[in-house]
Design a protein around this ligand. Sequence first.
Ligand SMILES: Nc1ncnc2c1ncn2[C@@H]1O[C@H](COP(=O)(O)OP(=O)(O)O)[C@@H](O)[C@H]1O
Ligand SMILES: [Mg+2]
Length: 228
Amino acid sequence: MAMIEVAGLAKVYETPGETVRVLEGLELEVGAGEAVAIIGPSGSGKTTLLNLLGTLDRPSDGSIRIAGHDVAGYAAAAASRFRNRSLGFVFQQHHLLPQLNVLENVLVPRLAGTWEEAAADTERRARDLLLKVGLAPRLEHLPWQLSGGEKLRVGVARALVNRPSLLLADEPTGLLDPTATERVADLLLQLNREEGVTMIVVTHNTALARKIGRTFELLHGKLKEVTR
Ligand SMILES: Nc1ncnc2c1ncn2[C@@H]1O[C@H](COP(=O)(O)OP(=O)(O)O)[C@@H](O)[C@H]1O
Ligand SMILES: [Mg+2]
């Protein structure tokens, strides 16, 4: 089954001074459960593409289907419901809430769901994920008491707490040293296998891209599969 089907995707930013054509005629197909890396120069449109896949922005043209849903056509409320139920986001800037501890930060996405959904297994799920990302001994730490790699791993656990079918990561290891990067790469692949979650990972790090496997380069508005 296809998780992502993108056809003829275009994104044009109109600013007062100029028109910026970022994506044009972009095609992408990713199967359910696949892990894919996207590389490309700074300014090539990688974040723009993730925002479109994540229903945070709308395309200028073309279609985006995720798990069979025509998400490009969603109105704001439907997009927000879809994001909360089906997508997980991991950012380079972790965006952890400074006043909440590790466990509480991972529980935050549950607050956007219904109480019914939130009730049953939420805390068990959060603890299980924090164990998987190696943070079981850090549950009550506040974000400032964590290393960069640990903060990122909290972000990964938080992104997965709602059991999304698609995880979108924008340069997740951009601020990490090689050892922490390697650990995050192994972790993402482990979660891809164990949780069956489809992953799109934007990265500048060729070692990370190589580890993930299937890789596309974004250049001149289009994706091209990198063959090795
Ligand atoms: N909201 C926006 N309005 C106008 N231009 C934008 C906007 N967002 C991004 N751009 C421009 O689009 C291009 C691609 O940006 P981006 O997707 O952030 O690239 P990347 O993530 O690959 O570095 C850049 O030239 C950037 O300046
Ligand atoms: Mg970017």
